[in-house]
Design a protein around this ligand. Structure first.
Ligand SMILES: Cc1cc2nc3c(=O)[nH]c(=O)nc-3n(C[C@H](O)[C@H](O)[C@H](O)COP(=O)(O)OP(=O)(O)OC[C@H]3O[C@@H](n4cnc5c(N)ncnc54)[C@H](O)[C@@H]3O)c2cc1C
Length: 405
C-alpha cells in the first residue's frame, strides 16, 4: 500500500506491531468509536505479530515458526489502516515517519519498535553467533542445531562429535535459560534419531555475572540452576566473553569455549534507527520519556515497550524489557491518546508487577509470584497459561473496551 496519502491532521500512527504497538492499536480502536475523524494507522515490516515469548520453543524445534506468527489481519478491525513497510527514519520537525512506502505523517506517534540484540561491541559476536529475537532467527537456530547434530553423527572421532554437538548459549537471563533448558531436553532425542550416543550433545550456558537470572531472588535463581543441572546444562557464571572467533567463544580469562552452535542472548538495545534519530536516549539507547510515556521535549510522540526507558520510582531502576511491561505501557498510551481526544487529563504510568515466570526445559519452570517462589511442573504450566491467555487476548480484544461498556 502506498502511504503517501497518509498525514491528515487526525492521524495517530503506531510504529511497530509487537506487544506494545499491537496492544495500543487494539485498545485504541474501541476508544475511537466516537471519533471518526481520527485515522489510526499501524506500521510494521511484517504482516504478522510475533509471539516472541515462545521463540525458545521454535529454536529447539518443539514449535513451528509459523505457529508464533499471528497474521495481523486476524486481529485488526477495519478501523485500523495497516501499512506493511520498513521504517527507515524520522522527520521529527515535519512529524513524518520515513518508510519504504513513502512518508507517513502523524499528529500523534507511538513508537513501539522493540529492541535488537546487544553485542556490547564484543569482537566477532554479531558475525559468529546466532540470536533469538524473531521467528526467523529462531528457525535459524533450529536449523543450525539440526545440522550440527547431522555433522556430529557423520564424524568418527568422539571428541569431534562432542564439540560439534555442543550448543553454547551466551547470556544467562530468561531468554538464555529458556533456550538452554529446551535444547538440553531435546538434544538427546535428536542424537538417538541419528544413531549418535545420547550423551554426546551438550549445552553450556555462559553468564558474565555471578548468577543466572540476574535481578531475581536467590531462591528463584537456585531453583533454576538446579533444574538446569538436572538437565545436564553446564552453567558457567563469572565468565565474560571477550571475543567470538572461528574456534569458539574466548573468555576474558583466556579460556576457549568450543562448540558447534553459538547463540547470543546476552542483552538488548534500541534499534540503530532510533539511536540515530536525535530523540533523547537513556540506557542502551532506549528513549527517555516523561511520566505519561511521552518523549521528553516531544509531547507528540509516545513510546511503549522495550524502546521506552521508564524508571520504576519504587526501585529507582529502569524497567526491564519484558512483554508484561510492554503491554502495561501500551495500555497507558492508549488511554492517554483517548484522554487527549476527550480533553481529559493524562494518566501517569505505574507498573503493576504480576511476577516472573521462566520455563526451564519442556516440562519444568520457576516462578516468583506475590513474593512466593515456586518451581517444577506448576511453574511450567503457569508459563503455558500466560502464553495461552495472551493469544486469546490479542484475537479477542478487537474493538473491545471494558471502560466504554
Ligand atoms: C526469546 C525471547 C523470550 C522472551 N520471553 C519473555 C517472557 O517469557 N516474558 C516476558 O515478559 N518477556 C519476554 N521476552 C521479552 C519480550 O518479548 C519483549 O519485552 C517484548 O517483545 C517487547 O515488546 P515491544 O512491543 O516493545 O517489541 P516487539 O514485540 O519486539 O515488537 C516490535 C515490532 O516492531 C517492528 N519493527 C521494528 N523495527 C521496525 C522497522 N524499522 N520497520 C518496521 N517495523 C519494525 C517489529 O517487526 C515488531 O513487530 C522475551 C524476549 C525474547 C527475545
Amino acid at each position: 500500500m502506498n502511504a503517501s496519502t497518509a498525514g491528515s491532521g487526525g492521524q495517530i500512527v503506531v510504529a511497530g506491531a509487537g506487544y506494545a504497538g499491537l496492544h495500543v492499536a487494539l485498545r485504541l480502536t474501541a476508544k475511537l468509536r466516537n471519533h471518526p475523524e481520527v485515522e489510526l494507522t499501524l506500521v510494521d515490516r511484517h504482516d504478522y505479530h510475533q509471539v516472541v515469548t515462545e521463540l525458545p520453543r521454535v529454536a529447539s524445534g518443539t514449535r513451528a515458526a509459523d505457529a508464533v506468527r499471528i497474521p495481523l489481519q486476524e486481529m485488526l478491525a477495519t478501523r485500523v489502516r495497516f501499512v506493511q513497510t520498513e521504517i527507515n527514519g524520522f522527520d521529527l520537525a515535519g512529524r513524518r515517519l520515513l518508510t519504504g512506502a513513502g512518508p507517513i505523517g502523524w499528529r500523534r506517534l507511538v513508537l513501539a519498535l522493540g529492541s535488537r540484540p546487544n553485542d556490547f561491541a564484543i569482537p566477532g559476536l554479531a558475525e559468529r553467533a546466532l540470536s533469538v529475537y524473531s521467528a526467523s532467527d529462531a528457525e535459524q537456530v533450529w536449523a543450525a542445531v539440526s545440522k550440527a547434530l547431522d555433522d556430529a553423527a557423520a564424524a568418527a572421532d568422539p571428541v569431534r562429535q562432542r564439540r560439534l554437538a555442543t550448543v553454547i548459549v551466551g547470556g544467562g537471563g530468561a531468554t538464555g535459560v529458556e533456550l538452554a533448558g529446551e535444547l538440553a531436553e531435546i538434544l538427546p532425542e535428536m542424537a538417538r534419531s541419528r544413531s549418535l550416543a545420547p550423551d554426546r550433545p551438550a549445552v553450556q550456558l555462559i553468564e558474565a555475572g555471578p548468577a543466572i537470572l540476574a535481578g531475581s531472588s536467590p531462591q528463584l535463581t537456585g531453583k533454576a540452576a538446579s533444574i538446569l543441572s538436572d538437565l545436564g546444562v553446564q552453567v558457567r557464571t563469572n565468565a565474560a566473553i571477550a571475543a567470538a572467533t572461528e574456534e569458539g567463544f574466548r573468555l576474558t580469562d583466556g579460556q576457549l569455549v568450543e562448540g558447534g552452535v553459538f547463540v547470543w542472548a546476552g542483552g538488548v538495545k534500541a534499534p540503530e534507527l532510533v539511536a540515530d534519530s536525535g530523540l533523547p536516549a537513556g540506557h542502551n539507547g532506549r528513549v527517555k520519556v516523561d511520566q505519561y510515556l511521552r518523549v521528553l521535549d516531544h509531547p507528540d510522540i509516545y513510546v511503549a515497550g522495550d524502546l521506552a526507558s521508564v524508571t520504576d520510582p519504587r526501585t529507582g531502576h529502569v524497567l526491564p524489557p519484558l512483554a508484561q511491561v510492554a503491554l502495561e505501557e501500551g495500555e497507558t498510551v492508549a488511554r492517554n491518546l483517548a484522554a487527549e481526544l476527550q480533553g481529559k487529563p493524562l494518566e501517569a504510568f505505574t507498573f503493576h508487577d504480576k511476577g516472573f515466570v521462566v520455563s526451564v526445559g519442556t516440562r519444568r519452570g520457576v516462578a516468583d509470584i506475590a513474593g512466593l517462589t515456586t518451581s517444577g511442573r506448576l511453574a511450567h504450566l503457569l508459563k503455558d497459561a500466560i502464553e495461552w491467555e495472551y493469544r486469546q487476548s490479542v484475537t479477542h480484544l478487537r474493538g473491545w473496551d471494558p471502560v466504554a461498556r
